[in-house]
Design a protein around this ligand. Sequence first.
Ligand code: C2E
Ligand code: MG
Ligand code: MG
Ligand code: MG
Length: 292
Amino acid sequence: RAKTEGRGVYRIYSAEMGAKLRRYHYLLDEMRQAIDSTNFFLTYQPVIDIDDFGISYFEALVRWQHPVEGTIAPDEFIPIAEDSNLILDLGDWILDEACRQMAAWYNAGMKKVRISVNVSPIQLKHKSLYDWIIKSLAKSGLPPHSLMLEITESCFIEASDELFNELEKLRADGVMIAIDDFGTGFSSLSVLAHLPVDVLKIDKLFVAEAIHNIKYKKILHSIVDMALKLELKVVAEGIENKEQLELLKTLGVKHIQGYLISRPQRSNYVGEKIFEQGINHMAQTGTSRWPP
Ligand code: C2E
Ligand code: MG
Ligand code: MG
Ligand code: MG
């Protein structure tokens, strides 16, 4: 009996694998067709100040608008783009598009809010980071102090001296650097002291765990304490409810992102709603969120 079950399980498993593999190659072929604004678009999700809900920055998050499949999420296609190095072309388009959009908002009066762009480890491996960023800024006319880059924790583990230098040069020009998904890699807290970064972004899995797991909560508390002592800004991602909001407030986190505040939105929605809100906030209080 066990034998039959075993074979049955194997058959289902292999059929599933086959379907996954077909989908993988199908999407890869489709992606090769064209990487431009007819197939991809950016959404924007605000990161806000926990005390007054003013906007600190928008994170640009890419979506694939497929004619047959509908909208495809980045968790599905970014890994395929990375395996095939198509992320290099896609990443160029993403950076240019994000800078172009932010420059338009900047010129419309939103001078103190940044745009944040996710950078893949494959891009860091193949591109000269500093020249790449500076060229895109020049093309769009966006000032460096309006840009932030999000680089995952794992990228820093094997980072070269050259990458560190490029990050330092960007920071000297005013570009902010964030460590993304902090807590999912294996870096010790002490490495934080040496990284060329301004912002530490705590992964949403960590936030979700801390609510019901006291050990996670304690670790989270010490990460936040350490980061703030090192004068890093701390952002918690994935805030979905008031309970999480309250917990992070208690732990000293000042900046949050999550569905509780806003889902990622298309630029026209941001333009009409969130953008207005940000402008109004600044007009009322006279304060900027994250000044250059
Ligand atoms: P990430 O950079 O850590 O981005 C945060 C992800 O969490 C986004 O998913 C965002 O929509 C989601 N999120 C925000 N708030 C909440 C919440 O309250 N609850 C839940 N469940 N999720 C929330 P998204 O847009 O699907 O992107 C997933 C990942 O794909 C990103 O994680 C990033 O690693 C990658 N990605 C997205 N856009 C880009 C891009 O333009 N370039 C690169 N290289 N990677 C990207
Ligand atoms: Mg990110
Ligand atoms: Mg993240
Ligand atoms: Mg993430």
